[in-house]
Design a protein around this ligand. Structure first.
Ligand SMILES: Nc1ncnc2c1ncn2[C@@H]1O[C@H](COP(=O)(O)OP(=O)(O)OP(=O)(O)O)[C@@H](O)[C@H]1O
Length: 202
């Protein structure tokens, strides 16, 4: 799991869109598992296992959790069976008959992530999944990202919460003016936390 950090406007969301194939007119290369996918359209990249976790959660409000998890098409190479989803996220199993709107913020986040795993994604792109969440929900999002990682899923995470980032990710890239300015491991981020927070303006 890797995070992208950077000031507002540094280009984090744009980089995610480039990786997904949603940004026209980019330069450079995008590789997935060593394969050059730069010229592939977004839907072909999805078939190779790229998955976007929408921050508006993207679930069908009036449908139950199970229905939401049954509907997504299988596009990627490794679609999770429903049983694996429920085993990895038991809280969702407990809420399986509830409508998506009745879920807590953390459970909705869990459902959004689980839907992408059901579609077969191996690499998840998440844009600030903790933004605006209470500390308890932030902790739940951390648990669920760690759970996905434990199951072999790779995560590229845009995240401004450095404390959260060092708790879930393995390494971090600082983006400035659309370029990678620095690569850091967890101990470096922790030892430079004050300086980085001041730089990020948080
Ligand atoms: N590599 C780049 N080269 C040129 N322009 C870029 C590049 N990356 C991003 N931009 C432009 O910079 C602006 C901000 O980019 P973006 O929204 O991706 O930043 P961000 O880091 O996600 O910001 P925020 O934290 O506010 O969401 C956009 O107008 C985008 O088109």
């Amino acid at each position: 799991m890797v995070t992208l950090v950077g000031r507002n406007g540094a280009g984090k969301s744009t980089l995610l869109r480039c990786v997904l194939g949603l940004h026209a007119g980019q330069s450079g290369r995008v590789e997935l598992d060593g394969r050059d996918v730069t010229r592939l359209p977004a839907h072909r990249r999805a078939r190779l296992g790229l998955g976007w976790v929408p921050d508006d959660r993207g679930s069908y409000a009036t449908l139950s959790v199970t229905e939401n998890l049954t509907l997504p098409p299988r596009v990627g190479p490794d679609p999770w069976p429903l049983e694996r989803v429920y085993e990895a996220f038991p809280a969702l199993y407990g809420r399986r008959d509830s409508a998506a709107t009745q879920l807590s913020g953390g459970e909705q986040q869990m459902l959004a992530l689980a839907r992408v795993l059901r579609m077969g994604a191996r690499l998840l792109l998440c844009d600030e999944p903790t933004e605006g969440l209470s500390p308890l929900l932030v902790q739940q999002v951390g648990d669920l990202l760690r759970e996905a990682k434990r199951h072999g899923v790779t995560v590229l995470l845009v995240e401004q919460n450095l404390h959260f980032a060092t708790g879930v990710a393995d390494r971090h890239y600082l983006l400035a003016e659309g370029r990678i300015a620095e690569a850091m491991d967890n101990s470096e981020v922790r030892s430079r936390e004050r300086e980085l927070l001041a730089y990020l303006g948080i």
